[in-house]
Write a new protein. Sequence first.
Length: 326
Amino acid sequence: MKTKKNQLKEVSQILELEDNKVLIELYGQHDENLTKIENNFGIHISYRGNIIEFRGNQDACSSASKFISNVYKKLASGKKINRDIFDNFSKNSKESDAEDLNTILIKTKRKNIYPRSSNQLKFVNLIKDKDLVFGVGPAGTGKTYLAVACAVEALLNKEISKIILSRPAVEAGERLGFLPGDLKEKIDPYLRPLYDALNDLIPSKTLERYLENNIIEIAPLAFMRGRTLENSYIILDEAQNTSSMQMKMFLTRLGKNSKMVIVGDSTQIDLPRGEKSGLKEILNIMPKTDEIGKVLFKKSDITRHSLVTKIVEAYEKNNKALNKGE
């Protein structure tokens, strides 16, 4: 067993790579990949050509050296790598995580999608395995995008015949009545994130055809009432802004050969003061069964600009202070 003293001792470790041809891809533009590894492992990295020196905590240096060696071997053998692993693999990751983060998770016509965190991997695996899955956590963790990508993949593989995307049209500082245009024009801004995800995954002409033929339907939550949705992939976005009655209505739309994914952030509720969030309620009363999946994303899963994580942390700190009455 290693003592705390040994773990804190700074060491220097050398890794010598054989083939210089892949070093540019390994190190990244302006050494950005090495910089990410330094930040993730809390160590210092320097190099001269193909000789890399690691300085810092012994365990972290060993893990970083092993990680770089494994990535190097893949590149040297001609394999492609998911560059996001440099962002997300750290001293707290298992060796198997590097392989998981380098595995194609979802295939669509426009792109292959890799997981950027272990929770993203868990979320997609649950979606593929369960008929009802909840993804809850802060903005920027990829919840909506991954749910839509899974739906698109299932549609392309002819596992389902229809995709239905919905979100509640709840104002966040604006009122629908004051927005210009007809009902569709008033509602479309609320549905824009869903359109953005689809545009990134499906060629524009194909998407246009799917939308015209109602193979893909994007609609406010209110339009779901009274329907039974069969042979479909159904996604509810911004679920924290549903009322208790709306959430019950939506969940009971699930029909045969259908999957339902519900995503939201329980810290960003825009409902009128005093109204209970349907998402928070269902998470508390959800039946205990293996047929339902749930992933609680953390701020460490945020895949947007690094400043987003810091902003989320600032709000969390402020909320804790307010709750303590400070």
